[in-house]
Design a protein around this ligand. Sequence first.
Ligand SMILES: [Zn+2]
Ligand SMILES: [Zn+2]
Ligand SMILES: [Zn+2]
Length: 616
Amino acid sequence: MGVGGHFWDLLKPHARREGFDYLRNKRVAVDLSFWIVQHETAIRKRSFARNPHLRLTFFRTVNLFSKFGAFPTFVVDGTPSPLKSQARIQRFFQASGLDLSSLPVPEDGVLVERNGAFRKCVKECVELLELLGMPVLEARGEAEALCAQLNYEGHVDACITADSDAFLFGASCVIKCIHPNSREPFECYHFSDIEDGLGLRRNHLIAIALLVGNDHDLRGVQGIGVDTALRFVKTFSEEEILNSLKEIGNGEKLLCEGDAGSADDPLHGSDSISPKPRPSHCSFCGHPGSKRDHFKFSCADCITGDGPGCLKKPYKFKCDCSSCNMDRKRKEQKKHESWRIKVCERITLEPKFPNDEIIKMYLSNNHGYFDGSSGPHISWDRPRSEMLVDFLAFHQHWEPSFIRQKLLPMMSTIYLRDMATNTADELLCDQYEFDSVHRVKTRYGYQLFVVKWKKAAHMTGGAVCEISDDLAGSRQHEVIDVDDQDDILEESEVPQIQAVDGTWFLLTDEDIELVTAAFPEEVDRFLKEKELKESKRGKSVSSTPEGTESELTKSKGVQLSITEFYRSTKVLYQAKPADDIVNDSKSFRDASSKKRSAGSSSKFSKSVRRRLLFDS
Ligand SMILES: [Zn+2]
Ligand SMILES: [Zn+2]
Ligand SMILES: [Zn+2]
């Protein structure tokens, strides 16, 4: 979607992969329809997943917010412009191979292309996002247009959309893909890179879209593809391109004379009007002069030693004298001219080209329901946990404990942010108390703190459990093996549970800077202790890189993977085998199933675990 042809291919060389930390503390506009279109793909891929649009929206939002530390604003489509509706109907007819001559004209307000099912998906996702406390804005027309406007006006730092139209609407940074399991998860397109790399400004991109077709006019100009369009628009300056297209389009400028070349081009000086005749050249060596002269006096351009004569010109000889060079340039220019004329003729032939409304739409800065002076209302609220539990239990048939657990990374991120600004409650989720920084963890080259949260004393209720620690060593690779292609931002952080001497701890992964801002003294203490430990251990440890996963296995106490915990809860509700539902637990299961002792779950029943951790 967006500009026709292979427009993205044109931009692809100018993509940048940005690191794990790229969106931290940045605002980002998410084109929700784009996510839902991906959901549709996901539905086809795994039809066994219940409401994949809600599932993915939930996990991606939690991840975007907590793992990547971003502040997302979601944008939904409003009423598609009549132009786009028409283009869609046309696309439908094209796809079905029907005659295009009698196109139905879309009726105002009665827009049926986005079928009911899709609208229902969007509506449910919006409901979920609002329960998560995320701002959701409705675009007047296309979501990507409002995303781009928010970006252009500085309300957000980037847009997440796969619609190349975003650049035409003024976006400065478009994130087309997120590969969560990568050192550089974000595939970004900065408009400045495109400007530098392709020499194109926004008006040029709009002109290309008009020429090759776009969501609002699929046709474009017949016979003009992306490469021709690119070459053509570059012969105009950013200021003149759109007006020139109009003039060419209505035939005012049929031969595009006057635009060809720039003023300082020597070929367009007085010389080019009456080119000097090319002097005669030797037929034997090809250099200026004559064969007879060369035979008598030798050729100045041939190296023949002292004697007279010249050398036979090699195959495909090109004379390099100034008049030959000028001649070639002139021919090239002529060829270029005739190419331009041909393109111009095609443009002139195209009826009603270019469509002024499309140009106006791309250049508009009124894609949302807010006025320019006050800007949009964007704020992030706390997730409404209890309502979320109800919502997800109803739609996804998830257990409340599972929902709370999956929500925890978001809650801890908010808690730490609040703590950093002295506005936090006493306990995280009314249950957990910050205990300490447990260790440093490196993930895809990015360092994190594993934070230890202590279950507040009054909540534990004196339950004493013993768990096997068989799982402790095997879980840490679970998230790393997730298939990149299949899984977009979906896998979520899995808080670990740890029991030490009858006290329960939760472990979560947190951003180092955030934890430092929230609990500077604790971090200080942790770093000092770490330093002390390392100096005591001496050089023997240096073979193990600091903060790698291997430290996990050294940690004291008993660890229980909560994956085990939530997987069992889901079996109750899924008609299909639970095995494939949570693909992020696959590798964990493979690694651990052989090792897992029967005792681990029996000693520690589901209900006990749930009561201990997530039910309040
Ligand atoms: Zn010669
Ligand atoms: Zn010669
Ligand atoms: Zn020559």
